[in-house]
Design a protein around this ligand. Structure first.
Ligand code: NDP
Length: 397
């Protein structure tokens, strides 16, 4: 009989997801943590054993290799696989899950390492494969994508008759004290931010130059922060799944120092993904930069301040125009005290655990490949309240 959860990846997000799965061991029954570097799994395991007294199995796996994954999944025989490695591993882990007949959850959509472009196409194309195997894939169960999709689904199911516009607002007002560092995997973060912006309006995609559109937005409990329009993966699924939508955009806050450093690194070619020859060796500039930058997992103890992430949603209720902001606030130091990780890892790792819980307990049960907004939002919203990511709704004029 399938039992337990297999978590793949052992970075900042995995630390939080694993700590939270351990706090929900009544649900998950047993935890196995596997990653490329087993010492990272052992470090998370040892902290959980020390703080929560829960035993976790660890394993080493190269998640780029389907055969290795299949061997591990067959050995562990879990009920759910939670992928918190990198987006490059999404397809191999999905393929291993269909070969083994195990449900799949992730937090970020597939990216090819050699092409700075992310889209759901290749994961959605596996829908038949998942249906035939009689299993389910839940895509994008982090915060954004993830909780933002659940917020939109909740608004559609409970607050509005029609939703017309959505602006997803992602504010990290945390300060780690370094002139430049990224709060999650540097390679994934810098590829996302330095790319052209894009938003969806009246059925069409509108492209902007990188960080071309800026709004100064007043975030509750945080204050006014410059927020820049980016393309973000949930725009692709929400523009399909929220019926009647006319426009959806995504904004993220960046400080001047972050932008100045990023532009400088871009201008000198350090964000390149093509190999370059250096003293007889081939190196990929962005991979080398990742080696130089602080490990996001190390930012926890030194990051202070809050995150405020949510959705401004406008539409119609009972024939009257309505506009709301639905959001969560997280404090970096509180997150660190609880899990040993800062709020960006926390706000991703908690919903990753909740998504896995929805499948583990058959609360969300289906066959095929799904995005998070395709389900009843209420049980997920209830879990957010009790697992560390309480949300609020305010009316805007
Ligand atoms: P990290 O870089 O800290 O951790 C990634 C982990 O994956 C590392 O333990 C790494 O192991 C492991 N890994 C990488 N390649 C392989 C491989 N081939 N086989 C096995 N393990 C591998 O990343 P984060 O924890 O910051 O992010 C994890 C995921 O969460 C990413 O996909 C990211 O995009 C996503 N994310 C989603 C967000 C959301 O809101 N939806 C927000 C933030 C992040 P090793 O170090 O040994 O190579």
């Amino acid at each position: 009989m399938q039992k337990g959860i297999l978590i793949i990846g052992a970075g900042g997000v995995s630390r939080v997801a694993t700590v939270k799965c351990a706090m929900n061991i009544d649900t998950f029954e047993h935890i196995t943590l596997a990653s490329r570097t087993i010492s990272k799994c052992e470090s998370i395991r040892d902290d959980i054993k020390k703080n929560q007294g829960i035993s976790i199995d660890v394993a080493s796996v190269d998640a780029d290799n389907v055969e290795e994954l299949v061997k591990l999944i067959k050995k562990v025989n879990p009920k759910v696989v939670l992928n918190v490695a990198l987006p490059y591993q999404d397809l191999t882990i999905m393929d291993a899950c269909t070969q083994c007949g195990v449900d799949y959850v992730d937090t970020a959509n597939y990216e090819h390492p050699d092409e700075a472009k992310f889209e759901y196409k290749e994961q959605w194309a596996r829908d038949d494969q998942f249906k035939k195997a009689g299993i389910m894939a839940l895509l994008g169960s982090g915060f954004d994508p993830g909780v933002t999709g659940v917020f939109c689904a909740y608004a559609q199911q409970n607050i509005f008759d029609e939703i017309h516009t959505i602006d997803i607002m992602d504010c990290n007002a945390g300060d780690h004290g370094y002139p430049f560092a990224t709060n999650f995997n540097p390679e994934i973060n810098l590829r996302e931010v330095s790319a052209n912006g894009r938003y969806w309006e009246e059925g069409k995609w509108i492209e902007t130059k990188p960080l071309e559109i800026r709004v100064d937005h007043d975030y509750p409990e945080v204050g006014v922060k410059p927020s820049y329009l980016l393309y973000h993966e949930e725009l692709e699924s929400l523009s399909k799944n929220i019926k009647g939508l006319k426009r959806i955009r995504f904004f993220m806050t960046f400080g001047d120092s972050y932008i100045a450093h990023m532009n400088c690194l871009k201008n000198v070619g350090m964000l390149g993904i093509e190999p370059v020859e250096h003293k007889g060796q081939k190196i990929i500039p962005i991979e080398f930069l990742t080696t130089l930058l602080p490990d996001p997992a190390s930012l926890g103890p030194r990051t202070v301040g809050k995150t405020n992430i949510g959705c401004i949603i406008e539409g119609i209720k009972d024939g009257v125009k309505k506009k709301i902001y639905i959001y969560n606030i997280c404090d970096h130091q509180e997150c660190y005290k609880e899990t040993g990780a800062q709020a960006v890892s926390y706000t991703t790792g908690v919903p990753a655990m909740i998504g896995a819980k929805m499948l583990y307990k058959d609360i969300w049960k289906d066959k095929g490949v799904f995005n998070i907004e395709e389900f009843d939002a209420q049980p997920f919203m209830d879990e957010l309240m009790t697992q560390g990511l309480p949300w609020k709704i305010i009316e805007l004029d």
